[in-house]
Design a binder for this molecule. Structure first.
Ligand SMILES: Cc1cc2nc3c(=O)[nH]c(=O)nc-3n(C[C@H](O)[C@H](O)[C@H](O)COP(=O)(O)OP(=O)(O)OC[C@H]3O[C@@H](n4cnc5c(N)ncnc54)[C@H](O)[C@@H]3O)c2cc1C
Length: 446
C-alpha cells in the first residue's frame, strides 16, 4: 500500500457489499491497510447471520461478535449504510456501483437464495426453508412480519447444525410433539457437531434411535459400517436430566420424494428408502424404489442455501461464477462468462463465494484471505487522495438520497439498538428487536 509523504496511508476506495461476518472482517482488513471502505448492507442492522442466524439464546456468542463488529464499524475509515440492497431492482445495481469509481467491489452478501429439491409440494403452506424460518424467529424484517405456524409433528430434512437449531426451536419454543430429522444417508454421515447437539439432548429419544439403528442395520453392514459403534457411542454420551415433551427421532436412509397434502394441508413426507454405496472417500445414497410416508404436518428443509441470482452477479447452479482454474486469487474474483474474462475489480468472499460453508470463523478467514488477494491487485493501481475517495463515497450517498432510499448510517443503528435495549429492560427480557424496518426508521425520526 502506498504511503503519502507525511506517513498517512493513501489507500484506495473500496465498496464492500454485505455486512455479515465476511463483509465486516473484509472491511476491517481493508481499513487496516489504509483503504477507505463503504459498507452497504441490505438489512438495517449489521451482522448478517451472526445477528439473524445464530440461535436465539446464544446471547454470549452474539454479544461477543457484536462487540467485535462495533469496533470495526466505529473505525473512521469505514462508512456503514444499512437498508441498501444492491441487486437488480434494488437501491443500486452492480453496474451502477461499478460506474461510481470504486477501486474494487467486494461482495459479501451471503447465500440468500433458496435450494429447492424440486419435489412436489415443496411450496405448500406449512413447508418452510430453514433460512426463512431462522430469519423469522431471529426477527429479521420482513421474515419477522410473516407467520410461520409450526404444527405438532415436524419433519426436518437434513442433519447438519441448522437442523439442530430448527429442532431446538421446535422443542423449546413451539408446541410440538414430535420432530423427525430425515437424512438421505446414514448416521455415520451426519453433518452436525456433537457439541451443538447437546442443546437438544433433552429432546432426543434414545429408544427410537436404537429402533432406527436396528431397522437400518443390514444396510449399514452392507456398506461396511458397524452399527454397534453407534450404540456404544450412545451409551457413552451422558443423558439429559430433563426431558422435553416433544421427542426427537431420526429417519435415516430416506430420500424425500414428495410432500403429501390433503386439502392443501401437509399430512406427510413421502420418502424413498436408500442404501449406501461407497465411491472412493464418499458414501452415496442410492434409491431402492421402496416408498413410504412419514406422517407430519410441517416440513422444514435444512439442506443449505444457494446464492441469490437476483443480486446481478454472473450466476450458475447456486453459485456466483469465479475465475476458472487453480489460481488462488481467481477463486475470489468474479468471472464474466459473456466476455470470457475476469470481471475487473469485482470479488466475492464468505458465503457469497461458498454458500452455507461453515461457521463465523470460517467466513472470517475466507474474507481475510480474499482481501489479501484484493490488496495485492490494488497495489498496482494508483492510490487515491483523500478528497477523491470522499467524492466517490458522497456520490453513493447522493444517489441513494435522490432515489429516496432511507439508508441508515451506523450512528443511527446505534440509536435504534439503544432504544431496543431500553425496551428489553422495560419488558424484563434478555433481548428485544423491532420486527419491522418501519419501526426502526420511526425511532430515527422521533
Ligand atoms: C441457522 C444458522 C445458525 C448458525 N449458527 C452459527 C453459530 O452458532 N456459530 C457460528 O460460528 N456460526 C453459525 N452460523 C454460520 C454463520 O452465521 C456464517 O458462517 C456467517 O454468518 C456467514 O457470513 P457471511 O458474511 O458470508 O454471510 P451472512 O452472515 O449471510 O451475511 C450476509 C450479509 O449481506 C447482506 N446482504 C445480502 N444480500 C445483499 C444485497 N443484495 N445487497 C446488500 N447486502 C446484502 C445481508 O443483509 C447480510 O448482512 C449459522 C448459520 C445459520 C444459517
Amino acid at each position: 500500500m502506498a504511503e503519502a509523504a507525511g506517513g498517512h496511508a493513501m489507500g484506495h476506495v473500496v465498496a464492500v457489499i454485505g455486512a455479515g461476518p465476511a463483509g465486516l472482517f473484509a472491511a476491517r482488513a481493508l481499513a487496516a491497510q489504509g483503504c477507505r471502505v463503504l459498507l452497504l448492507n441490505r438489512d438495517v442492522k449489521p451482522g448478517g447471520l451472526a445477528e439473524y442466524g445464530i440461535f436465539l439464546n446464544k446471547y454470549k456468542m452474539k454479544t461477543g461478535l457484536r462487540r467485535q463488529f462495533q469496533k470495526i464499524l466505529s473505525d473512521p475509515r469505514v462508512t456503514y449504510l444499512g437498508n441498501v440492497m444492491v441487486a437488480n431492482g434494488g437501491a443500486l445495481t452492480v453496474g451502477e456501483l461499478r460506474a461510481l469509481g470504486f477501486d474494487a467491489l467486494v461482495f459479501a452478501i451471503g447465500a440468500q437464495g433458496t435450494k429447492y429439491l424440486g419435489i412436489e409440494g415443496e411450496r405448500l403452506p406449512g413447508v418452510y426453508h430453514a433460512k426463512d424460518l431462522v430469519y423469522h424467529y431471529n426477527r429479521l424484517p420482513p421474515f419477522s412480519e410473516q407467520s410461520y405456524p409450526m404444527g405438532r409433528r415436524v419433519a426436518i430434512v437434513g442433519v447438519g447444525n441448522v437442523m439442530v437449531d430448527i429442532a431446538n426451536y421446535c422443542v423449546h419454543f413451539c408446541d410440538c410433539d414430535a420432530v423427525i430429522a430425515v437424512a438421505r444417508r446414514g448416521p455415520f454421515e451426519k453433518a452436525y457437531d456433537d457439541r451443538e447437539f447437546e442443546d437438544i439432548e433433552d429432546a432426543f429419544d434414545r429408544d427410537l434411535y436404537r429402533q432406527e439403528i436396528a431397522r437400518i442395520r443390514p444396510r449399514l453392514e452392507a456398506a461396511g459400517q458397524d452399527p454397534d459403534e453407534l450404540l456404544r457411542a450412545l451409551g457413552q454420551r451422558p443423558e439429559s436430566e430433563t426431558q422435553t415433551r416433544a421427542r426427537l427421532s431420526f429417519r435415516f436412509l430416506a430420500s424425500p420424494k414428495r410432500v403429501v397434502a390433503e386439502g392443501g394441508r401437509v399430512t406427510g413426507l413421502e420418502v424413498e428408502e436408500t442404501r449406501l454405496e461407497r465411491k472412493g472417500d464418499r458414501v452415496n445414497a442410492v434409491g431402492t424404489g421402496q416408498l413410504s410416508v412419514i406422517p407430519c404436518d410441517t416440513v422444514v428443509f435444512a439442506v443449505g442455501d444457494r446464492v441469490d441470482p437476483a443480486a446481478g452477479l454472473p450466476y450458475k447452479d447456486g453459485l456466483y461464477l469465479t475465475v476458472p482454474g487453480e489460481d488462488p486469487a481467481g477463486a475470489y474474483q468474479v468471472w464474466d462468462p459473456v466476455a470470457e474474462r475476469p470481471m475487473e475489480d469485482v470479488y466475492v468472499v464468505g458465503w457469497a463465494r461458498r454458500a452455507s460453508d461453515g461457521v463465523v470463523g470460517r467466513a472470517r478467514l475466507d474474507a481475510e484471505t480474499g482481501i489479501k488477494h484484493v490488496l495485492s491487485r490494488l497495489a498496482s493501481k494508483a492510490p487515491r487522495p483523500g478528497p477523491e475517495a470522499e467524492r466517490v463515497m458522497a456520490a453513493v450517498v447522493d444517489t441513494l438520497k435522490a432515489r429516496g432510499v432511507p439508508a441508515v448510517p451506523y450512528t443511527d443503528v446505534a440509536r435504534i439498538e439503544a432504544v431496543e435495549r431500553e425496551r428489553a429492560k422495560e419488558l424484563g427480557v434478555e433481548e428485544f428487536k423491532f420486527a419491522r424496518n418501519r419501526e426502526m426508521l420511526e425511532v430515527l425520526r422521533g
